[in-house]
Write a protein that binds this ligand. Structure first.
Ligand SMILES: [Zn+2]
Length: 258
């Protein structure tokens, strides 16, 4: 089973890389979601970084992810990369820093609309109605004032790395009221399960760039939502084999994300 997974990952990398090489069009590349590793690998404790942020910065100016040994949450916005560590503080990301899992794109909005007085569930419903085709990727930016916002970060792990479901049992969470800032994230299609998070995944950075994290809950008081339709996927898989330790439960992604 393990061998089969590694094989499948290899075949997928060949399949996904080949058509990309022939695109050769910079406008297409800017409409690409670039991702390092897979969600299944991350869930199973593949926390060793494989690609530097120096490389990632060439692939996008907007996105989310994590760091070597799961040392916090990444927010990339307007070409600036921020690390929200487990102490709740925000640090600039060194280009030498490696990531085990990240998703970035060049953010160029195709759709823009105002939204007010919605919680996460209502936000999802409204956005579902706005998304032209759920089988594409969308980069999502929400700028505004949040009446309430709850985020989390993850503490740096040491080997042997525990699976993500164990890590988040001890995750520090942070609550804010009437905070101004930006949520940065993605909609991924349902068929992406195993590779990325199906549905919505959002990170937050405050306007003063002093707080943030992976978004667990929010009520948006008033804001502007921008969507960048992203039809391409570029997947950078770890070259060393990743040990997938255990089978993930059905509700595991839901538990980890919210
Ligand atoms: Zn996250």
């Amino acid at each position: 089973m393990k061998k089969y997974s590694v094989y499948l990952a290899f075949l997928l990398s060949v399949f996904l890389f080949s058509p990309f090489a022939s695109l050769g069009d910079s406008s297409s590349f800017r409409e690409t979601l670039t991702q390092v590793s897979t969600l299944d690998a991350l869930l199973n404790g593949a926390y060793d970084g494989t690609v530097t942020y120096r490389e990632i910065e060439k692939k996008g100016n907007f996105g989310l992810g994590t760091f070597q040994a799961l040392n916090g949450e990444l927010v990339a916005l307007d070409g600036k990369f921020y690390q929200v560590r487990a102490n709740g503080k925000v640090y600039p990301v060194s280009p030498e820093e490696k990531t085990p899992f990240v998703s970035v794109t060049f953010f160029e909005p195709d759709l823009k609309f105002a939204m007010a007085g919605v919680n996460y569930d209502e936000f999802e419903k409204k956005l579902n109605a706005k998304i032209p085709n759920p089988n594409l990727f969308y980069a999502i930016k929400v700028e505004g004032v949040f009446a309430y916002l709850k985020t989390r970060s993850v503490p740096k792990q040491s080997k042997p790395y525990p699976p993500l479901i164990e890590v988040i049992k001890h995750q520090p969470t942070f609550e804010f009221k009437n905070i101004r800032g930006t949520m940065v994230g993605f909609w991924c299609p349902q068929f992406i399960k195993g590779i990325n998070v199906p549905g919505y995944h959002l990170h937050f950075i405050s306007q003063d760039r002093k707080s943030g994290g992976h978004v667990l809950k929010f009520t948006l008081k008033k804001g502007v939502v921008s969507l960048d339709i992203t039809p391409n996927l570029f997947l950078m898989l770890p070259k060393k084999p990743v040990t997938l330790q255990e089978k993930n439960g059905e509700n595991e992604i839901e538990e980890i994300e919210r």
